[in-house]
Ligand binder design. Sequence first.
Ligand code: CU
Length: 269
Amino acid sequence: MKRRIRVALCLGIFSFLLLSAGPASAHFGLILPSDDIVTPDDPKALTVQAKFLHPMEGHYMEMEKPKRFGFLHKGQKTDLTQSLQPRKGRSEDQDRDFTFWETTVTLRKPGDYLFFLEPAPYWEPAEDKYIVHYTKVCVQALGLEEGWDTPVGLETEIVPLTRPYGLWTGNVFTGRVLLKGKPVPHAEVEVEYLNESPGNPSKVAAPSDPYVTQVVKADGNGVFTYAMPRAGWWGFAALSEARWKLKKDGVPKPVEIGAVFWVYTADMK
Ligand SMILES: [Cu+2]
């Protein structure tokens, strides 16, 4: 609870609003592919964007070039960090541009592509700490459904127990939270809707602050479940404090490490 109030302060500072006017919301790393499924008759190049934001509010943070960005396919990692290009965006209610990162990749081989991202540490003055969100998304390619349940081996990550593509609105997403490869019992997982999801007809307004970020807790084995009530992209973030610190002006500061996973849901029509 405390943490979410501080996040509200961060938003206030960064949107140059009155501190008390900042809505409660959480930070999320985001990997946004132009498609979550690439079909054999449509093997087009995929645009993949990396962003750092408050998804429900549509507030974007300035993002430095990620430390590491790539995908895992059939047990092999491909590094795409050097292919990332900086892009500028502007969200409706912010009077400044923000930087995000983009690349294009053509998925030529069948199987699941687990895209992953390790960002540069983000300094959050309102919370007096750094934030590092290890982020993942799965793109299914050319008909072979294999690989989505493989851990990438990140410092912390969510490993899906639900196949993370081809999901209908209303489906549940179940995942396991890992820290250094081990389950995190009773991890707290924050869930947010990407209000600017492609295909989302109208922005969702939160009736009050608790609606912005949904919160679920994992069980004793680090397993959590959430049912997604709307078509679009949904982000899941499990947060831990790192054992290590990073220095800010020579002073060691705590580091929030997040395991973030994104899934897309479509309406049954
Ligand atoms: Cu922020």
